[in-house]
Ligand binder design. Structure first.
Ligand code: NAD
Length: 503
């Protein structure tokens, strides 16, 4: 295991101060500078692919394919999207004015960077979850403190040593550390804090942000259910559901956490699961190159403790573990009761999949609604009526029908939680917006001052007539229009004449 160099906490205020100075002199405001940095980030991903693959292999036994698909390709794709769309995204938006008094003026929304921002990543996808928000922040023109998770130490080490060779050091800095360093970081004032990780630390982040009234994005987790309806294609369901469950050994924020299926179909699903696990990882998944490991002994012991508390008869597939290798077999547990004390309370975040048999789909919906709003909800169904019935009666950060994880890979869809699974969202345009302050701007004309002067004190009846006309315009009837026009004109003359005779 690599010895990750932590940033001394006492250096952190100066690091943020330096970034603020770079921001204040406008380095990141230039769109071509941002595009160049995004291009540099692409170069980092492309030239360092092997190093990234190796670091993730060491951290999580992640297969090259999972690293390419789940970590690198999304960052490259997002950079390319931002380079292509930056001019459009950064362009001011002119508004259609509604207040008659402003008819002669210019009103628009300037897209301005939020300043110096902090991006804190999580260990399970240590490239993707750190660098995807960074892409949005670079595009928006922010200066960034980039904080990798110290838990995936090999990847954090690579990022802190190599990424600065690609990005402008004056505007982007990598900070490493655990709790003391992150605490010192969160004490600083930022324009935005973007945090990915568990909800308990999410509360710490939000509390720290509240001290400076800093806006936050919290990308958290939760128990994401998969509902298998009676009309689902069981073969496809088993393949896609287990692919998403055991990708990265179940350590995915949107991994299906538990399965809801009707009592009559449970055994059929277990059989399909058994076949698919054998097909994916052979009869001994420990030997499979395609199967990952738990990140560290702390997480391993937590998952093992769950396994040991379960009824051994309910472990219908897998259950084997090897602490030296941080290996936990792809494991299916069935049947599990909906409020099981050991596996149905907290997010599992590992390769254990409980099956909860239900009477019917209404009971499945009730189970979902009895728990906190999840980050993702998966439905496997053939008919639109069947899945719409479930989508219409439930709530979740995102929803995906007939697959798992793929909605996260689709960067045209904003990604984020709801309630305890998070706040705010990102990917594509949403990432740009997250790090952008929409500055409402008005350029007032200095013409027609004598009419506009009707709003100044001392207030008179004539001024009120002129103001009413300027504010409310003409009534709908033709007679009303004519009357209002003459009344407003004569009042304007009187206001004007009075003003001039007073001058
Ligand atoms: P983690 O331990 O890597 O922590 C995330 C970040 O928080 C790290 O940068 C870490 O240094 C920092 N941190 C940890 N403790 C802290 C403290 N006391 N004070 C300040 N900062 C602290 O990751 P994790 O939380 O174990 O990640 C797993 C959780 O994250 C799961 O719940 C998972 O669902 C969730 N998650 C969500 C998403 C998403 O996109 N919504 C993605 C991945 C993981």
């Amino acid at each position: 295991m690599v010895e990750l160099q932590f940033t001394p906490p006492e250096n952190i205020p100066a690091i943020v101060q330096d970034l603020r100075q770079s921001f204040n002199i406008g380095l990141t405001k230039d769109l071509s500078f941002r595009k160049q940095q995004l291009a540099n980030l692409i170069s980092f991903c492309e030239e360092q692919t092997d190093a990234i693959v190796q670091a993730l292999q060491k951290d999580l036994h992640k297969h090259r394919m999972e690293t390419n698909v789940g970590e690198i390709s999304a960052v490259v794709d997002e950079c390319k999207y931002m380079i292509k769309n930056l001019d459009r995204l950064a362009k001011s938006i002119y508004t259609k004015k509604r207040f008659q008094m402003n008819a002669m003026d210019k009103t628009y929304i300037r897209k301005e960077p939020k300043g110096v921002v902090a991006v804190l990543g999580a260990w399970n996808y240590p490239i993707n979850l750190l660098l995807l928000p960074v892409v949005g922040a670079i595009a928006a023109g922010c200066c960034i403190v980039i904080k990798p998770s110290e838990v995936s130490a090999n990847t954090a080490d690579l990022i802190s040593r190599v990424l600065p060779q690609y990005l402008d050091k004056r505007t982007y800095t990598v900070v490493n550390g655990g709790v003391p360093e992150t605490t010192a970081l969160l004490e600083q004032r930022f324009g935005h804090i973007f945090y990915t990780g568990n909800g308990a630390v999410g509360k710490i982040v939000m509390t720290a942000a509240a001290k400076h009234l800093t806006p936050v994005t919290l990308e958290l987790g939760g128990k994401s259910p998969a509902i298998v309806t009676p009309d689902a294609d069981f073969n496809i369901t088993a393949h896609r559901l287990l692919w998403g469950k055991f990708f990265n050994a179940g350590q995915t924020c949107v991994a299906p956490d538990y399965v809801l299926v009707s009592k009559e179909q449970t055994e059929r699903l277990v059989v399909a699961f058994r076949n698919v696990i054998r097909e994916y990882y052979s009869t001994n998944p420990q030997k499979s190159e395609s199967y990952g490991r738990v990140v560290n002994t702390r997480q391993f012991d937590r998952l093992k403790a769950i396994l040991e508390k379960l009824d051994p008869k309910s472990i219908v597939i897998g259950g084997e573990t090897d602490r030296d290798e941080l290996y936990i077999a792809p494991t299916v547990i069935s049947p599990v009761s909906v409020n099981d004390a050991h596996i149905m309370q907290d997010e599992i975040f590992g390769p254990l999949l409980p099956i909860v048999p239900v009477k019917d789909m209404q009971e499945a919906i009730d189970v979902v609604n009895s728990k906190e709003q999840p980050l993702a909800l998966y439905v496997f169904a053939s008919s639109a009526q069947s899945y719409n019935n479930i989508l219409n009666q439930t709530n979740s950060g995102g929803a995906l029908v007939n697959d798992t994880l793929m909605h996260l890979q689709e960067l045209s869809l904003p990604f984020g939680g709801v309630g305890p699974s998070g706040m705010g969202s990102y990917h594509g345009d949403k990432s740009f917006d997250t790090f952008t302050h929409e500055r409402s701007t008005m350029i007032k004309s200095t013409a027609f001052e004598s009419v506009i002067a009707a709003r100044y004190p001392p207030y008179t009846e004539d001024k009120e007539t002129v103001l009413n006309f300027l504010v409310f315009g003409f009534p709908s009837s033709v007679g009303g229009k004519i009357k209002t026009f003459f009344r407003a004109c004569s009042a304007s003359f009187r206001v004007l004449f009075h003003k001039q005779s007073n001058a």
